[in-house]
Write a protein that binds this ligand. Structure first.
Ligand code: 5GP
Length: 185
């Protein structure tokens, strides 16, 4: 791992400017779709932190924020759809208009779990916003109402997305150099 994370990046897939522009567009859409209704954003830790923070600040709208943390297991259990709840919301979402904000939808298993878990708590409405969508990897059908960008099937980091806990602070979404993985223990 380089001490300058930018030097570990092989290719930028989505620039900071593209993210900022798309976030503004999504904010306008959300303002329209939730007109007259306050919005409860549920930010999924840790990857969705930058996206949720920028999206909420782009909105001229009453927005309340809560957090949830989940972990999907390794490759074998992922296909079984096992998702573990690590940290629950602080507050009830009953009767509220809830938007799950997630970094990326890949197989869809995490969002399927989150949709089922949260819809059981009686929100007035429940929708999902993701920054990135790797559609070709989907294993389960899950509705995603708001998508920032569709990306190809590559492992990406940056703007919240990590590799081994790092690179979340890159302001863009990119792909790491193969040498980074070769160094891994
Ligand atoms: P899913 O349950 O849809 O397969 O996976 C969603 C989770 O897998 C994401 O929240 C994220 O943590 C992780 N993930 C999927 N694709 C990528 C990727 O390309 N890069 C990173 N860093 N994480 C990913």
């Amino acid at each position: 791992m380089n001490m300058n994370p930018h030097e570990d990046v092989a290719e930028v897939l989505v620039t900071a400017e593209e993210i900022a522009r798309r976030t503004e567009e999504l904010a306008r859409t959300l303002e329209r779709d939730y007109a007259g209704r306050p919005l409860k954003m549920v930010c999924i830790l840790k990857g969705a932190v930058p996206f949720a923070a920028d999206l909420m600040r782009a909105m001229n709208h009453p927005v309340a924020l809560d957090f949830m943390a989940v972990s999907s297991y390794g490759a074998s259990t992922k296909s079984s759809g096992v998702v573990r709840l690590l940290n629950d919301l602080d507050e009830s979402i009953e009767g509220q208009d809830v938007l799950i904000v997630e970094d990326i939808v890949d197989t869809g298993l995490t969002l399927k779990y989150l949709r089922e878990n949260l819809s059981a708590r009686g929100p007035r409405s429940l929708r999902v916003a993701v920054l990135l969508d790797k559609r070709e990897r989907r294993l389960v059908d899950v509705e995603v109402e708001y998508v920032g960008f569709r990306i190809p099937d590559r492992f990406v980091v940056g703007y919240g997305l990590d590799y081994a806990g790092f690179y979340r602070n890159l302001p863009y979404v990119g792909v790491l150099k193969p040498s980074v993985y070769e160094e891994a223990p």
